[in-house]
Design a protein around this ligand. Structure first.
Ligand code: ADP
Ligand code: MG
Length: 367
């Protein structure tokens, strides 16, 4: 089979993402087809940009993640970053490097079609048009790469552009001692589902109700875009971050940026239903360190009226922020204290996803 060429592939992408052609609608003035896309943020808004690599065998495993899931997750990561800052998505850009086998075989092309399908379904849900990208063949080393059939790796880089009212975007750095700490949805589900994935999971398609992460929190996480927008609009949060790497790691980021410390109460953690079958210590470990839940973590002053649910998503108070010890930065003392079930306090070290871990590979290595 003749490999599909770059121009044909871009044509396929244009066909599969018809919203991209409707330039002129909303923020997108000009989409795929020219040297640049043209975007116009609403008056009085600033532009927010985030980029995320999705690398085969690092962020997904072709033997375990269905192609729809790989596409969905690539976009969900960027949408979750916009959500964390309360932004509204304007457009997405997709740069792809694909191994030759993917473009040359019927099986490979089917993988790509299903990848686009997963990405498109989530993009449609958030009304974010694919406005451009870049396409290249990924290099194959002398001995081949660790991809399927040992022929090379799929690399997808997503750029998301969003807008927020000028000066209002939620940041990691706005929290104060005394603020209360909240999370959306449930924790630990993505890691729990990952631990149970088998090649039979490849048959799972994008769930019809893609807004319901209760079934597939790992394969189809739901970015909390509407919650973030509401927090911004109602001026509820003093600081926010999305939980991509795990609560223990991401909360430490928020603390460092805000110059505060935090106390988390173990009994308040909203454990994902998939954790209920597990022994308590393992369940709590996954909720604290599992990562990839893409829920929002935010702080709010005690005077803020934080509702129990926003846009249909539950909001749970899990702890509070405290003063940082004066020498915390020098001594490297952890920012976060866990108040355990027995009321004993222990320091909580960041133990989530490590981007440059020596035991590199997919997160499925997490126990
Ligand atoms: P140039 O060489 O000027 O960068 P390209 O031939 O790479 O142009 O791309 C042509 C058009 O197709 C551009 O508008 C670009 O944004 C779009 N495009 C290329 N690859 C992708 C992709 N993977 N997804 C979406 N749009 C793409
Ligand atoms: Mg190009």
């Amino acid at each position: 089979m003749k490999p599909i060429g770059e121009i044909a592939l871009i044509e396929q992408i244009r066909r599969e993402f018809p919203t991209a052609r409707r330039s002129g609608s909303g923020a997108l003035r000009l989409g795929i087809g020219d040297d640049c896309a043209i975007l116009r943020p609403p008056p009085g808004h600033e532009v927010l940009v985030t980029t995320d690599f999705t690398l085969e065998s690092r962020h997904f495993d072709r033997r375990l993640h269905p192609p729809e899931s790989a596409g969905h997750r690539a976009l969900a990561r960027g949408l979750s970053d916009l959500a964390a800052m309360g932004a509204t998505p304007m457009a997405v850009f997709l740069s792809l490097a694909l191994p030759p086998d993917l473009l040359a075989s019927a099986q490979g092309r089917a993988w790509l079609r299903r990848f686009f399908h997963g990405l498109r379904a989530l993009a449609a849900l958030h009304r974010v048009p694919l406005a451009g990208g870049d396409t290249s063949e990924s290099p194959v080393g002398a001995r081949g790469g660790p991809g399927l059939d040992n022929t090379g790796l799929i690399l997808a880089d997503i750029v998301l552009v969003g807008s927020a009212p000028s000066g209002k975007a939620l940041r990691r750095s706005g929290a104060s001692p005394g603020d209360l700490l909240y999370v959306t949805g449930h924790l630990g589900g993505a890691a729990a589902e990952l631990a149970g994935l088998t090649p039979s999971s490849l048959r799972v398609k994008t769930p019809r109700n893609a807004l319901d992460p209760s079934r597939h929190p790992q394969l189809f996480p739901v970015p909390r875009v509407e919650v973030g927008r509401t927090l911004l609009r109602r001026n509820l949060a003093s600081a926010a971050i999305d939980l991509s790497d795990g609560l223990s790691t991401d909360l430490a980021h928020l603390c460092r940026a805000s110059g505060v410390a935090a106390e988390v109460e173990e009994t308040l953690l909203p454990l994902h239903p998939l954790l209920r079958r597990l022994e308590a210590p393992r369940a709590v470990n996954l909720a604290l360190n599992g990562g990839e839940d893409y829920e929002l973590l935010f702080s709010a002053p005690p005077s803020a009226r934080v509702p129990r649910s926003i846009a249909g998503v539950s909001i749970t108070r899990i702890g509070r922020l405290t003063k940082q010890k004066p020498d915390a930065r020098k001594t490297g003392a952890p920012f976060v204290t866990l108040i355990q079930q027995n009321a004993v306090k222990k320091p909580l070290k960041p133990a989530g996803w490590e981007h440059f871990s020596t035991n590199s590979g997919h997160k499925s290595t997490l126990s």
